[in-house]
Design a binder for this molecule. Structure first.
Ligand code: ZLS
Ligand code: CA
Ligand code: ZN
Length: 397
């Protein structure tokens, strides 16, 4: 068999349609698709495009999105525009648009936007199914809150559910891991009645000083999916609720300890990792104190399990840090180490010369931007791990 063996290293594919960048949720909205422009600029500046297969996937069709979403919802989503939207139309509110918070605004090109990021996740899953790559990346995806007939938390179409459904056509068991600071509720709900998908989310959980729960308010440790013993999906969700200010060492320990056990017990045939960058220190919406390399160590850990891996984006509301993190994690996938400073001048370089760094541009100390005291005691995290491992006993019989 010599000669036919693959060279050392992983075959990585990067699925990106640049048209996604030009969509705007509105000037005050925290979700900024142009963070993907910054990400791409860094990836190109480090020459990572020569280490991967690059694809520009087509937008998903309505037929493809209907594999998960309701027709009526898709008809509404594809037809609504800022010009024809009627905010007092009951359909508008019942599908999750507008409302008091306006998390999910109707903006120009909305249908185009959702079809592009969804098409990229489905194409990435397709590449894994066909053994075209070991790791497939779509930084424009990861919109984990969308339900089959509901927009929620900046998410309109659940590209993750669509990608996992596609992976299930070839793989018996898929593990979903979510390190976005928010609970991956939409993915969990979509697969609650099957044992072919195990969903796991690490997130901030708790009530704030203002009395509001941190969005979306679900994902406590005791939420493990259905409890009916006749339900195949019982025990196939694991939630890890975390308090403000968790640091690198604590998170890496929590993530490594629990994920190792899940792999050992569930033995998935493929893994989907939602790598939301709002779990970084200094994020506009997040509460954690993670540095880029600690966030990236989760990708490294998951890569080490050697299963087909779909790596997708998600939240991330301080754009320069989102770009740094996803560039670093792209490098982790291809097995490259990046210098903290760039040899060449790049467009948007000013964006990376912020106050938080001392010389380099890629790995600032985000602890310096600390705005959240660490409320996670050692004892509490120890108990959390014990409880999580206890929850996994459902998988034994
Ligand atoms: O996981 O917290 C909420 C919902 C509210 C409704 C009631 N009001 C008073 C408070 C907020 C409960 N929504 C979150 C959604 C977070 C979605 C995260 C997505 C993901 O990262 C995956 C991509 C929320 N947090 C912050 C905002 N919304 C928010 C902040 C600022 C603004 C501007 C635009 C819109 C309205 C003003 C908005 C939302
Ligand atoms: Ca999460
Ligand atoms: Zn988030």
């Amino acid at each position: 068999t010599y000669g036919l063996e693959k060279p050392q290293g992983y075959s990585v594919s990067f699925h990106y349609n640049p048209h996604v960048e030009y969509h705007h949720f509105g000037s005050s909205h925290p979700m900024k698709p142009w963070r993907l422009t910054l990400t791409k600029q860094l990836v190109l500046a480090y020459g990572l495009e020569y280490t991967m297969q690059l694809y520009e996937p087509r937008p998903a069709t309505k037929e493809e999105l209907a594999l998960f979403h309701d027709r009526e919802y898709l008809d509404f989503l594809s037809g609504v525009t800022p010009q024809n939207a009627k905010p007092d139309d009951p359909a508008y509110l019942s599908f999750g648009f507008g409302g008091e918070s306006n998390d999910c605004p109707v903006f120009d090109g909305l249908w185009n936007y959702v079809s592009i990021y969804s098409g990229a996740s489905m194409h990435a899953a397709d590449n894994l199914i066909n053994n075209q790559s070991d790791i497939a990346i779509n930084w424009s995806g990861g919109l984990h809150h969308a339900k089959k007939n509901l927009a929620s938390g900046f998410c309109y179409i659940n590209d993750i559910v669509l990608a996992i459904q596609h992976l299930l056509t070839r793989h018996q068991r898929v593990l979903y891991i979510d390190i976005d600071v928010h609970h991956g509720d939409g993915v969990e709900a979509a697969f609650e009645s099957t044992d072919r998908v195990f969903t796991m989310s690490f997130h901030k959980f708790g009530i704030d000083r203002n009395g509001y729960p941190f969005f979306p308010g679900t994902g406590n440790i005791n939420e493990m999916g259905p409890t009916d013993p006749a339900n195949r999906g019982k025990g196939h969700s694991l939630n890890i609720p975390i308090d403000d200010g968790i640091d690198d060492e604590q998170y890496e320990w929590l993530f490594g300890t629990i994920t190792d056990q899940v792999i050992a017990k569930y033995n998935p045939n493929a893994i989907v990792l939602q790598s939301g960058a709002d779990s970084l220190g200094g994020d506009r919406l997040g509460r954690f104190n993670l540095n880029i390399k600690a966030h990236g160590s989760c990708v490294e850990k998951v890569k080490s399990y050697n299963r087909p891996l779909l790596l997708i984006g998600g939240g991330g509301y301080t754009p320069r840090n989102v770009a740094r993190t996803w560039c670093h994690e792209t490098a982790v996938c291809v097995g490259a180490q990046l210098h903290d400073d760039l040899p060449t001048h790049i467009p948007y370089i000013q964006a990376f010369q912020g106050a938080e760094n001392g010389g380099g541009i890629l790995y600032p100390n985000l602890h310096n931007t600390k705005r959240h005291d660490n409320l996670n005691s050692r004892e509490h995290l120890q108990k959390l791990v014990e409880q999580a491992l206890e929850n996994l006993r459902y998988l034994e019989g």
